[in-house]
Ligand binder design. Structure first.
Ligand code: BES
Ligand code: ZN
Ligand code: ZN
Length: 523
């Protein structure tokens, strides 16, 4: 052996001895630093139900192991824990210095026809998220979680509840890892973690400032997230020249005022064992910043328009999640990504542009740009002969006026598609609500002085979400198409208790659940 080789070998051996020594040390150190906590559920007694406490299975077992210490403390520490309320006990168990008890409400909820959601699941999400956050504030870094009868919802509550966008702050919230406690349903837990991770990915992209998430960096981040699934996924980041070749004049008209190059992101997820199966097509509005263009928006709250790529974020995040779940379905995701900015090169009110399908559009308001980028993406999407098309967009302020943040609006002529989306949303609690696609609204966008279509309705603000949907419909020929206007659910103040204040990532879980429903459908 040459001297150099000997030297290298010796050095390698020495390094590995050191590394192992260091690893042993740091592993035990991690153990010393670990602060473990536990979240356990408690129900409220039903009407007429006697008895002191109604603990979940896991909580009852934990209580037994402590010879009833937990129930004793619960009884003496205050009133019965109501839905969403929580209380922490310290030092009652050697493995868990902090135990958070969370109120689940009465154990008789289930699907509520009036609220259009599964109230039991919502209560579990809410309670678990509250318990996890309490422990996070106590700088507990490892939390074990009671399934509370629904491991998937518990995982969603934990992972969604703990999410905080503090990437750009020097002082960050303490990182918390979560795991299932006292339940055999690890499959349900894992599924919930993936659903919530998906929504958190959309939140991350939406919350990030527009100088960080540009069309280029958006596409790169999604490519990175999909790198683990290259066997089933192909991705194309189409540049300006391709977009011009495709004659996407409507999309290009929006990009003109910006110095950031546009990207047309195209993702193919081939999860079906039948590679010829018609794909589900998801299209997301990807305006990484919407200033309004020449029809400039007022400056207060303009910063929120960094999330105007929420459609693209939720669509791409749901495809990442579908891949992680290995859903047996083919999905194509399209995201026209660009900025809407004013400049000497920007599109001007009254300009006429030509979409990919040859239709001409008079752009009377450059702030109604979402429908322009989607028009070309929808035309292009038809070339894949999809089994269904769902587009998702933070399209109109008008839908926020109509529905607020209660539900995403669904405009569709397909009862089948509506039922699939609605069914999925009842499970996830991230609700949808159906809205009309009447000719009444179509007339308001087709009555146009210079072109085939006007990009705003002729009665300006009236029915703004409906005229926007009617506009999109002019670019769709497929029978099963739905447009989701998600402007109202884009951000969260405190309406959804298991999401902190900020961009919501809604309705990612509903899109995933919807895709999972189609995947397991024999049609
Ligand atoms: N991105 C906005 C819609 C929006 C508003 C999303 C608030 C999220 C929160 C969209 O591009 C827009 O500006 N729409 C206009 C349309 C109008 C000019 C016809 C609107 O809603 O005011
Ligand atoms: Zn706009
Ligand atoms: Zn917009």
């Amino acid at each position: 052996m040459k001297t150099v080789d000997m030297f290298l070998l010796r050095r390698t051996v020495r390094t590995s001895v050191w590394t192992n020594h260091f690893r042993r040390l740091s592993a035990s150190q991690t153990h010393w630093n670990e602060r473990k906590g536990l979240v356990l559920g408690v129900f409220e007694n039903k009407e007429g139900e006697e008895g002191s406490l109604h603990l979940t299975e896991a909580a009852a077992r934990f209580d037994q192991s402590l010879s009833g210490k937990l129930s004793e403390l619960l009884n003496i520490s205050g009133p019965v824990l109501k839905k969403g309320k929580s209380r922490v006990f310290y030092g009652i168990h050697k493995d868990f210095p902090c135990v958070a008890m969370v109120g689940l409400g009465k154990n008789d909820a289930g699907v509520c026809g009036l609220e259009n959601w599964d109230a039991t699941k919502e209560r579990v999400r809410q309670a678990v998220s509250a318990g996890c956050r309490l422990l996070q504030d106590l700088e507990v870094n490892r939390v074990e979680v009671d399934a509370c009868g629904d491991a998937q919802s518990a995982a969603e509550g934990a992972v969604l509840g703990l999410f905080q966008y503090d990437q750009l702050k020097s002082k960050k919230k303490s990182k918390v890892t979560t795991q299932l406690y006292g339940s055999a349903d690890s499959a349900g837990w894992e599924k919930g973690v993936l659903y919530a991770d998906g929504q958190n990915l959309a939140r991350l992209l939406m919350e990030a400032p527009a100088n960080h998430i540009t069309p280029t960096t958006f596409a790169d981040s999604i490519e990175e997230r999909l790198a683990a699934f290259t066997e089933r996924v192909t991705i194309h980041k189409r540049a300006q020249a391709w977009i011009e070749d495709q004659q996407m004049g409507a999309f290009l008209s929006v990009t003109k005022g910006s110095d950031e190059p546009p990207v047309f992101l195209e993702i193919h997820y081939n999860g079906s064992p039948d590679s010829t199966q018609a794909p589900l097509l998801l299209v997301g509005k990807g305006v990484t910043f919407d200033s309004g263009g020449i029809s400039l928006k007022p400056s207060p709250s303009m910063d929120a328009m960094r999330a105007d790529m929420g459609g693209a974020a939720t669509v791409c995040a749901s495809i990442v999640t579908a891949a992680a779940l290995k859903l047996p379905i083919n999905i194509i995701g399209l995201a026209p990504l660009c900025e809407n900015m004013p400049s000497g090169k920007a599109t001007k009110p009254g300009d006429v542009v030509r979409a990919r399908n040859g239709k001409t559009i008079q752009v009377d308001n450059t702030d109604a740009e979402g429908r322009l980028v989607l028009a070309d993406a929808l035309c292009y999407g038809h070339t894949f002969n999809p089994r269904a098309i769902v587009n998702v967009a933070t399209l109109t302020g008008a839908i926020d006026v109509a529905l607020g943040s209660a539900a995403a609006a669904v405009f569709t002529h397909s009862d089948w598609l509506w039922e699939q989306l609605h069914k999925a949303s009842v499970v996830t609690g991230d609700r949808v609500w159906r809205m009309p696609l009447f000719q009444h609204y179509t007339r308001q966008v087709t009555d146009c002085q210079l072109a085939d279509l006007n990009n705003i309705g002729k009665y300006s603000r009236s029915g703004g979400a409906c005229t926007a949907a009617a506009f999109l419909r002019e670019f769709v020929t497929a029978p099963h198409w739905a447009h989701l206007d998600i402007a109202g659910v884009m951000s969260n103040k405190d309406e959804v208790p298991y999401l902190r204040k900020g961009m919501s990532g809604r309705p990612t879980r509903t899109l995933v659940e919807f895709a999972a429903g189609l995947a397991h459908m024999t049609k």
